[in-house]
Design a protein around this ligand. Sequence first.
Ligand SMILES: [Cu+2]
Length: 462
Amino acid sequence: MTASNNSRRNFLAGATTLLGAGMVSRAGAASLPEAPVGPSAGTAAPLVPPNGRPYNPVVTLNGWSLPWRMKDGVKEFHLVAEPVVREVAPGMTANLWGYNGQSPGPTIEVVEGDRVRIFVTNKLPEHTSVHWHGQILPNGMDGVSGVTQPSIQPGKTFVYEFVAKHAGTFMYHPHADEMVQMAMGMMGFWVTHPKDIRRHAVDRDFVFLLGAYDIEPGSYTPKVNTMLDFNLWTMNSRVFPAIDPMVVRQGDRVRIRAGNLTMTNHPIHLHGHTFEVTGTDGGWVKPSARWPEVTTDIGVGQMRAIEFVADNPGDWAFHCHKSHHTMNAMGHDVPTLIGVDHRGVAEKINDLVPGYMVMGDKGGSMGSMRMALPENTLPMMTGTGQYGEIEMGGMFTLVKVREGQARGDYRDPGHYRHPTGSVAYEWTGDLPPAPQAPGMPALAPAQGKPVDVKRGGGHEHH
Ligand SMILES: [Cu+2]
């Protein structure tokens, strides 16, 4: 871990000076478990448990799970709260706060009934605490600054210890200066696996946290007092097209667990399959209480685990259904110019406002807007698929279902190869006459004349 410790020191040049090195080196040597640093912004391989009771590990999308050490039957983890540099996507990094070199922090995986001891070292320039969202534990371990404990001052290490009583999916985050610390990316996932490895078993189990940041183009640090108008909507502090696809084998039973610690709800939508919500941060949903969905709303402070059988091969979109949440930074101030002939206008405005761009006057083509971007920001939408521009950003990725994928193989298989004749195609023959509702005068298209679907009316009705 020498290299990663070096990189932590680099991240931390400022904060370390502030704290002094005394505490860290004194504690690091003897009693504290190692505090590994997140490997990269990619998706790490599942952490196969080296000791303790067996479980089926999860895959943290663009993240990783935190190794532990066993000491006298207790699972010991070491979280270091600290400033980190997160690559949100190639071309943009953010100065965030997180844990162990990454934001979100690493996923913690334990088994139901495990006694868990978590050392939390504070390398932030201000006090913090860690709340174990959803866990049933003794009040004094709940991590609410001022209520259940004094806050952890810079340079100090606190210990939390409790039994992970219930199998389920939880989150962790500060309960100290929360508005700032959560806006800066301090959060992580916690999975307590069932002690019977066969219970709730699935073939692939993905986890991630939904996030939101307000980072002005050209800058690196989130504005922490933004309440709603964020410009980066993330899955594990990444935006599309830099969010890894969820790769599954056809026929796999798949679970996706997503937690929401942003300031608004996210209706998460999966294409090509129906799923059931099988778990919340309150526990597992009884089978008799489940119903089929293709979208589930994840409210603020909620986790939802969805499950489906991946029986439909293809590259299936998986995204937040709020369309503003599938856009990146550049584009939140673009005026609507649909129906406006702006030929020549953009050039004139450009003389006054360099870098100005206009949204297409035909309503679309947002993905093909091109402009010189300021330093350290991302185009509003991007990504190119096998058929062209994807026009997505933010909380969007793909679930790739493949017949040929091996068990446990998470490598990106590339674009889906559609069977011949199974892709929507351009019609070049004669069009049927425009249908009209009986007895109704023809309306101008702008007034929204309804299309008669029974007679097969399409877009070419005027
Ligand atoms: Cu959303």
